[in-house]
Ligand binder design. Structure first.
Ligand SMILES: Cc1ncc(COP(=O)(O)O)c(C=O)c1O
Length: 436
């Protein structure tokens, strides 16, 4: 017998992301309607805008050579200048972002790298992150892999409840664990998995609570803004960073993955001053700079003015798809007792809550029945933090990003049949889709 390969403690406790299982299912059963993948619609990817940017970049050999060269650890300065100006514009002239310089803006390979670097920089094993419940499962997995405890805080249809956050901080203080709390993580616009936006009125309170309870060291607010641009109704709300006057509390994570192209892997973070050096030191160990070529491409595309028209196009497309999913829910799920769904104003997801006794988890009856009906969803239970709030097995995340309106309608109808069957009704005998 060959000896067991030695793995670090961190590698041995890594569980992998649950989404891999769902991707395997989708690949193994190509005729499934996947309402699971949180991808953007393949058809909307900006081929023409990317081509124009590439051509411009290529038309100047000096520029092309520069793009093909290494960049710097924090990333292309011209792109960072540009992004900072856009952030200031988004939050308005009174935002404290006004006074910032690009030193605090770091480009990463997607926002996931930023989240990982920040987590690696601020957490020790045994530390605590407070999150919405549910929360983004990739972040929860990342925290777990670092040995960090994630504790869920009560969350309603307006996002994290500040009163509940205060109570949790109080409780941890009384238990002697406040010093372990290093961050509050929120996806503040159209979150993953529920599509909920943290209400404007709650935002100052979240930042203020983090500051007030930073008695043993800073409690950072990690604001994951992956979906800010994807708004289909209502008005934008100011970022959490705009309530951080002193700028030492909020870490703002952004990405071009949802608003432009996930394949480019360009994301960035606006960091408190004191985190910039340590985060860049970590980054230096990993890659001393994310792909420079992609950063130059994004900078050129922004200069050419093709980004916002593309976002407008996405908004128009997804607005229609969201409407199709909500209409399908109304038609097929409303008649089912105890089934409720949220109505997001943006993002890519609709969150489904079913009767408590219904197990929608990956090993549960509904998942199996849904597979038989040829529809795939993300079991909601993946998205619950390790502690704090009950893990609701009777929930599901539906995505309307990838499928056509017709497939969305068929998928929701199939899910309704599966729910009926899971509740004891008959499972349809009629094959609904080609099963080759
Ligand atoms: C809430 C949230 N944050 C971050 C990401 C990571 O995106 P990327 O690394 O592609 O920027 C995603 C991707 O789905 C997401 O849903």
């Amino acid at each position: 017998m060959p000896p067991e390969p030695h793995l670090s403690r961190r590698a041995s406790q890594a569980t992998g992301q649950p989404i891999s299982f769902l991707m395997e299912q989708a690949l193994a059963h190509p005729h499934l309607i996947s309402l699971a993948a949180g991808f953007v619609d393949q058809e909307t990817l900006p081929v023409e805008a990317a081509r124009q940017a590439l051509e411009a970049l290529w038309s100047d050999p000096a520029q092309a050579r520069a793009a093909l060269q290494y960049g710097t650890t924090p990333g292309d300065p011209a792109l960072r200048e540009r992004l900072l100006a856009d952030l200031i514009a988004a939050d308005g002239p009174t935002s404290p972002i006004q006074g910032l310089t690009i030193e605090q803006l770091v480009l990463t390979a997607g926002s996931n790298e930023l989240l990982h670097l920040v987590a690696d920089t601020i957490f020790d094993p045994g530390d605590i992150v407070l999150t919405t419940s549910p929360s983004y499962f990739v972040f929860l997995g990342l925290a777990k892999n670092l040995g960090v405890r994630s504790i869920g805080v009560a969350t309603d249809d307006e996002g994290l409840v500040p009163e509940a956050l205060k109570d949790e901080l109080k409780r941890l203080d009384a238990a002697g664990e406040l010093a372990r709390v290093k961050a509050i993580y929120v996806v503040s616009y159209f979150d993953n998995p529920r599509g909920v936006t943290l209400a404007a009125a709650r935002r100052p309170a979240v930042v203020e609570l983090a500051k007030r309870w930073s008695r043993h060291g800073t409690i950072y607010v990690i604001d994951d803004m992956a979906y800010r641009e994807l708004r289909y109704a209502g008005d934008d709300v100011p970022s959490l960073r705009s309530f951080d006057e002193s700028g030492d509390t909020v870490v703002a994570a952004h990405t071009f993955s949802k608003s432009f192209s996930p394949g480019l892997r360009v994301g960035y973070g606006l960091l408190p001053k004191r985190l910039v050096g340590p985060v860049c030191d970590q980054k230096g160990n990993v890659n001393f700079g994310s792909p420079h070529f992609n950063q130059r491409l994004v900078a050129t595309m922004l200069d050419q003015g093709t980004f916002w028209p593309h976002v407008a196009l996405l908004r128009a497309e997804y607005r229609v798809k969201l409407a199709a999913m909500l209409a399908a829910c109304e038609e097929h799920l409303a008649p089912l007792a105890g089934v409720r769904w949220l109505r997001p104003e943006g993002g890519l997801y609709v969150w489904l809550e079913m009767p408590d006794h219904l197990d929608a988890g990956p090993g549960g009856r509904l998942f199996e029945l849904a597979m038989r009906e040829k529809v795939l969803y993300v079991p909601g239970e993946y998205s619950f933090p390790g502690e704090g709030r009950p893990r609701r097995r009777s929930t599901a995340r539906l995505s309307f990003g990838v499928q056509s309106c017709e497939q969305i309608r068929l998928g929701v109808a199939a899910l309704a049949r599966a729910i009926r069957a899971a509740e004891g009704g008959p499972l349809t005998e009629i094959p609904r889709f080609d099963d080759r």
